[in-house]
Design a protein around this ligand. Structure first.
Ligand SMILES: NC(=O)c1ccc[n+]([C@@H]2O[C@H](COP(=O)([O-])OP(=O)(O)OC[C@H]3O[C@@H](n4cnc5c(N)ncnc54)[C@H](O)[C@@H]3O)[C@@H](O)[C@H]2O)c1
Length: 423
């Protein structure tokens, strides 16, 4: 195959055919995004924009990038996590879509940031981020370029937390839409997508039987709710750990045992962190774990499990015992860490199913259109996805599922907007 002339750094262009097939498979399950792509192709709302997309390079992301391109944007892609890249997808983006792509599964930190820099070298005007590494890079290392960026979007909870911290310090220099905070994103992607795909990753990596196991889920946010309920559906006994009283109470009322980690650590067979926080599993917990405990993370960064501490505690070297599984030995007991503590659903499985990413990426595409159309009036802060976009995505998704809703009668509409009628 002749090497395409566009710039890229991917593992193997020979994988493009496989990538193309898998991207098409995902596309068949993304009808909302497809309908947006058809409209974008006619209206070209992103004409002139240079979009730097720092996202997990998966089949679903490829379909988002195709949509942005159809909308007239010049599109550039790199990974938002060193382990989440699907190398066949990266190859197809270069060969079939002509998108400069810089992403190799397993890249080290230096190459990861070199890839982000490769996008910034091409002077983007719109950033699409997942975890805020791209935005943080441009603000910290390339401040001279900040003025070239009109606006951005952010995909995940952790990224939005970082952006709000930047805004509070007055450090955020262009407007960004918090795609994560759209209801049609976090209520579905974080809950149903992370719930299913996290277990998928752990099962693919370890072949563990969940039925009868004690699964400890750290964090009962949207992702944690999904993971806990799916684990229960597999027949596991689920223990939840929390730091927030409301979320802890919710977990109790949903029928889960809630315990501090120092208690759960001794009881669990499988541990899954989804908090967006750091050191959720640390020395005092590793010391209590049973032989053969499986430890995985589905939160955005790999700091939820303190692997440095685990390495220091363990006798001898950590060693690979299966693809994606490393064994540490603490006080004679084996602790099995999946996917180096990185997002297990994207590292050891394929990430969320396309049907749920359909809504997340519909939000990305429409948020991108909205910021470009409204850039002149936006301030340097974090914006929510406009409610009408959220509602439209839910309506389109229901349409594609063949689900119809009731309509308000005129009397009901009047009743809901009035206050006079009471007991
Ligand atoms: N794996 C994926 O594909 C995927 C998808 C979406 C989001 N995420 C990431 O998952 C993480 C969680 O996202 P979310 O939307 O559920 O967030 P969330 O804010 O809704 O929930 C996080 C929960 O963790 C709790 N928590 C914080 N520190 C804790 C601690 N030390 N121990 C126990 N609980 C603690 C918080 O109280 C909160 O209830 C984020 O990092 C997010 O970026 C991953």
């Amino acid at each position: 195959m002749p090497t395409p002339s566009i710039d890229h750094d991917v593992a193997d262009l020979g994988l493009a055919e496989l990538g193309r097939q898998r991207i098409a498979w995902a596309d068949a399950n993304m009808p909302v995004l497809t309908s947006i792509r058809d409209r974008f192709a006619k209206e070209r709302p992103l004409e002139g924009a240079v979009v730097a997309a720092c996202l997990h390079v998966t089949t679903e992301t490829a379909n988002l990038l195709r949509t942005l391109k159809a909308g007239g944007a010049e599109v550039l892609a790199c990974a938002s996590n060193p382990l989440s890249t699907q190398d066949d997808v990266a190859a197809s983006l270069v060969v079939d879509e002509g998108i400069p792509t810089f992403a190799v599964k397993g890249e080290d930190s230096e190459r990861y940031y070199a890839h982000i820099d490769a996008l910034l070298d091409r002077h983007p005007t719109l950033t699409m981020d997942d975890g805020c590494d791209l935005v943080s890079r441009i603000h910290q290392k390339r401040p001279d370029q900040v003025g070239e960026v009109v606006a951005g979007t952010e995909e995940t909870t952790t990224g939005v937390i970082r952006l709000r911290a930047m805004q509070a310090e007055g450090a955020l220099k262009y407007p960004i839409v918090a795609v994560n905070d759209a209801d049609t994103k976090h209520m579905f992607d974080n809950r149903y997508g992370t719930g299913q795909s996290t277990l998928d990753g752990i099962i693919r990596a370890t072949n563990v039987l969940l039925a009868g196991k004690r699964v400890v889920v750290a964090g009962y946010g949207y992702c944690g709710k999904g993971v806990a309920s799916r684990a229960r559906g597999h027949g596991a006994q689920v223990i939840v750990t929390e730091i927030d009283p409301l979320r802890g109470l919710e977990a109790v009322m949903d029928g889960f045992r809630v315990e501090p980690m120092e208690q759960a650590a001794a009881e669990g067979d499988i541990f899954i962190t989804v908090t967006g926080n750091r050191d959720v599993l640390r020395t005092e917990h590793f010391e209590l774990m049973q032989d053969g405990a499986i430890v995985a993370n589905s939160g955005h960064f790999d700091i939820e499990i303190d692997l440095v501490a685990l390495g220091q505690l363990s006798e001898g070297q950590r060693r690979a015992v299966r693809p994606m599984v490393e064994e540490f030995v603490v006080r004679g007991k084996r602790i099995l860490v999946v996917a180096e503590g990185r997002l297990v659903n994207l590292s050891a499985a394929e990430g969320h199913p396309a049907a749920v990413m359909d809504m997340s990426f519909a939000n990305q595409a429409l948020a991108g259109e909205w910021v470009m159309a409204n850039a002149a009036t936006l301030e340097r802060r974090v914006y929510d996805v406009p409610r009408n976009i959220d509602a439209e995505i839910a309506r389109l998704k229901l349409d594609t599922m063949g689900v119809a809703l009731d309509r308000l009668t005129p009397a009901q509409e009047l009743y809901l907007s009035s206050w006079e009628t009471g007991t």
